[in-house]
Design a protein around this ligand. Sequence first.
Ligand SMILES: NC(=O)c1ccc[n+]([C@@H]2O[C@H](COP(=O)([O-])OP(=O)(O)OC[C@H]3O[C@@H](n4cnc5c(N)ncnc54)[C@H](OP(=O)(O)O)[C@@H]3O)[C@@H](O)[C@H]2O)c1
Length: 303
Amino acid sequence: MEVDKPTPKDNEVLIKVYATTVNRTDCGFRSAEYFISRFFSGLLRPKNKTLGNEFAGEIDAIGRNVTLFKTGDKVFGYNDTKFGAHAEYMTMMEDEAITTMPSNLTYEEAAPITEGGHYALCDLRAAKIKSGQKILINGATGAIGSAAVQLARHFGASVTAVCNTQNIELIKSLGADVVIDYSKEDFTKINQTFDIVFDAVGKSSFGRCKPLLNKKGIYMSTELGKNSENIFLALITPLFGGKKVLFPIPTISKKDVVFLKELVENNKYKPVIDRRYTLEQIVEAYKFVETGQKTGNVVVTLT
Ligand SMILES: NC(=O)c1ccc[n+]([C@@H]2O[C@H](COP(=O)([O-])OP(=O)(O)OC[C@H]3O[C@@H](n4cnc5c(N)ncnc54)[C@H](OP(=O)(O)O)[C@@H]3O)[C@@H](O)[C@H]2O)c1
């Protein structure tokens, strides 16, 4: 539908969006899959009718107090408080999660940097991942998983990744040292231990992964688990000093976006792109993303 072009407030920039993504965050908010999300997105109906959290585009206008950007700057970033990137124009406060585009990427390549990237970054930072540690990443083909493989590798960890048969070579190319094909082997039954088990697709449980953890090993999942057990386990297990569950609340700031941009510019991180759609095809894009089977990211281009 046609909506009004937003007007930037004094501390906001108006962005002409050239590329965005449809991702699992959009799907979660669209469907209110978890009831709790309604407290953020609107109890009875969505507060923000235009979804879209990742964007890459150009500054079209600036509010009168804006000092960090000027008209014509190419920018990218993330907004999961107001959303709005599934439209030709959106606004952001200049001090939010937005910065200038990496010099080496197109709009389509820059749009998917932040969603999976910041979730992976939050989890790896919460686990205090260090060089020389061993991490197992399940769901390595997802937006979060494919970012986590690259970031864990950047932090110097040795990465064992779990994915489907057709993406083994892709996941190796992202930096995984060992790849387990989940259609041939149950990763929870392998005879090895890790400092961190990160289930980036939320298909396992702490109970099943416990044998894979070192004495003080950390289990993390992107899903709440059965009866939201991961929340309770994250509160209780750290009290005992042994194997524990972490469930960090994801956050993103301008600093994080700049951090990811610098990794991109140094060829340490590049978002994986699966399918591309136009804005007119966005319903198809949602249907595909909701299968839970995309490889990396789904990009939507706007002209
Ligand atoms: N609550 C929120 O706001 C929120 C936000 C973002 C993400 N999340 C959750 O985090 C999870 C990951 O998100 P994402 O964006 O990375 O997902 P995604 O991009 O949709 O990717 C999921 C990946 O997991 C793979 N997969 C499916 N079953 C698997 C299995 N049994 N073992 C290993 N890999 C498997 C899929 O490929 P194949 O099926 O082809 O193997 C797909 O590549 C999702 O569960 C999502 O709901 C929640």
